[in-house]
Design a protein around this ligand. Sequence first.
Ligand SMILES: [Fe+2]
Length: 397
Amino acid sequence: MPDTSAAPHARVSGVDITDVHINGVERPGDELQIDWSDGLSSHLYALWLRDHCQMPESRDPDSGQRFLNVTDIPEDCAIASAQVTADGGLDVVFQPEGHRSLFTADWLRAHCYCLNGPYDDRSEAAKRLWAGPGDFPDGLPVVPYADFAADPKARLKALRALRSVGFALLTGVPAEDGMVLRVIDRVGYLRETNYGRLFDVRAVEKPTNLAYTNLGLGAHTDNPYRDPVPGVQMLHCLVNQAGGGESVLVDGFKAAAILRADHPEAFDRLARTPVNFRYADDRADLVSRATMIEVGPRGRVRTVRFNNRSIAPLRLAPAEVRPFYAAYRAFAAILERPDLKLTRRLDPGDLVMFDNTRVLHARTAITQGGARHLQGAYSDLDGLFSTLAVLERRTAP
Ligand SMILES: [Fe+2]
């Protein structure tokens, strides 16, 4: 039976459950109690279990999608009987419907909400935070493009790094126009913006963005004025004959964690004060009102937005202006700490990809003449996670 909520597996929360089986079942109150052979128990609410029925009457066998709305299930849903089947699963009959469901032991164990905590895979809790090069004793996550393109395991290495530490570097990407789009096709889906399918980063006269100058750029995330922001950014170096212009990365989740530890009041203020981000030119006027630090429902950081260039006039309650600036300055100071920075010169063929909801990037000033040309493009995190899930399914032992 297809189940679109999780890939079939026998490994849950890092524990191999291949050998775990159901010892017995009971029906206390409106729950089903499952006693497992490893001594643990599951207590599953009858309505939850009925809602998750895997039978073809409840779900489309091809897509795995539910036919039922929760209101189709009687509110007084209860378990009339439950028996262990010959293959070790459960045969459950619900009342008052008299509806019968079969569940495998693997499915019940993998999805039991008593034995598996709530999902928190998008926040800092699921990431490896880092503070500069010292946190990469085995070197930075670097994958040659030839391997990335040909070998799913090499692609997995790069994309897992992008998920876990927030960035990965490809080397030897042909320094050709548009190659960044070819790389995005192997990671997720292109996010086209008002800058086009891709954008060229090089100094121009009358720039619409300070990125297109020789100025240094402080640590920032791109495009906080979009809602939602692009989740993944790629920068591909085609030409670099200039002096300076080194690329810098900073882990925004680590910086937020430092702010929370050292200045908890500042952290709380940035997490609850919407900022007025804006980008405007002749053809676009993009605005968002979003916090610099965004925490998820479990209180953990899941997005950092920081871009001094695109903060439009702030409209805060008068009493909030001073404490907001104190918090903003405290966070900005952490983000510019030299010890938190990873610095690397991008040479032709280098492509850096990073999680734009977490990792800030910066550029030192371009100090000597000479051509410098990067091409950038955006993608999103859902496409990255989808590609990773499919690759992990296909390369599973
Ligand atoms: Fe940028």
